[in-house]
Design a protein around this ligand. Structure first.
Ligand code: NAD
Length: 242
């Protein structure tokens, strides 16, 4: 354990699974206190039992406006500070737009975009007052390339790319760094919603990476000296042909 994050508090949304959990475990291993934000209380309880007192559960449903609003104040009541906010929770829908219904579109944009903006909005006063902080958002390669089989998802991640890049410039005067990590396909629960054919091909071609490989990139960005911002990292399986 190198302890590069000793004394730091990181809050990670979608922290109970996949990329969020891998990042949480990497930061815990480096000495951080980590607040796992998720709606899956049972998973959070099991993770707190596994990782001990530096791992704190925050049960929040980001799609519930009141629960989402309460997230930052509730975390601050538990920890007193947030050094790193990693807005990572997200969901996926693929396929042709006409096969999707309006409620599913609303749900995905509310989670992938609106909740990120609301969480960042909520943490700014705290980070501004402390004149320091890191905001990291999990985007996707689909936020850089227009992916025809997932127009709503790809659109949501393009919104994130714009939001991160604009917020970085708004917040730099307060000593707050803003960046994003943009993975290609990662082995996680989220891929269950991928089109069957694409998943089969990706598996056959070895075009998938582990959540820990995305976490490595996040830890790299967050551990740079404060005069350096890693604004974006596109982390792809080497054989991913997009
Ligand atoms: P995952 O499904 O493994 O984890 C998502 C977590 O978010 C789960 O623990 C879930 O309980 C939580 N969550 C879902 N809805 C929530 C809500 N309303 N409130 C609170 N928590 C909620 O997914 P993952 O693959 O680790 O995805 C994390 C992020 O990575 C997402 O933003 C996703 O778009 C992005 N991403 C994933 C991939 C991939 O291939 N898996 C690729 C690129 C980007």
């Amino acid at each position: 354990m190198s302890g590069r994050f000793e004394g730091k508090v990181a809050a990670i949304t979608g922290g109970a699974s996949g990329i969020g959990l891998a990042t949480a475990e990497a930061l815990l291993a480096e000495g951080a206190t980590v607040v796992l934000v998720d709606r899956d209380k049972a998973a959070l309880d099991a993770l707190v039992a596994k990782h001990g007192e530096k791992c704190i559960a925050q049960v929040t449903d980001l799609l519930d406006p009141a629960s989402c609003d309460a997230m930052v104040p509730e975390i601050l009541a538990k920890t007193g500070q947030i050094d790193i906010l990693h807005c990572n929770a997200g969901t996926y829908i693929g396929g042709d737009l006409e096969e999707t219904d309006a409620a599913t579109i609303d749900r995905m944009l509310n989670l992938n975009v609106n909740a990120v903006m609301k969480n960042v909005h909520a943490v700014i006063p705290h980070m501004t007052e402390r004149k320091t902080g890191d905001i990291m958002v999990t985007c996707s390669v689909a936020g850089h390339s227009a992916i025809p089989w997932e127009p709503v998802y790809s659109g949501s991640k393009w919104a994130i790319t714009c939001f991160v890049q604009t917020m970085r410039r708004q917040l730099l005067k307060h000593g707050i760094r803003v960046g994003q990590v943009s993975p290609g396909p990662v082995i996680s629960a989220l891929l269950a919603d991928w089109p069957e054919e694409n998943l089969r091909k990706a598996k056959e071609n070895g075009a998938l990476i582990e959540p820990s490989e995305v976490a490595d990139a996040v830890v790299f960005a967050l551990s740079r000296s404060r005069n350096v911002t890693i604004r974006d990292m596109v982390v792809l399986p080497s054989s991913f042909d997009i």
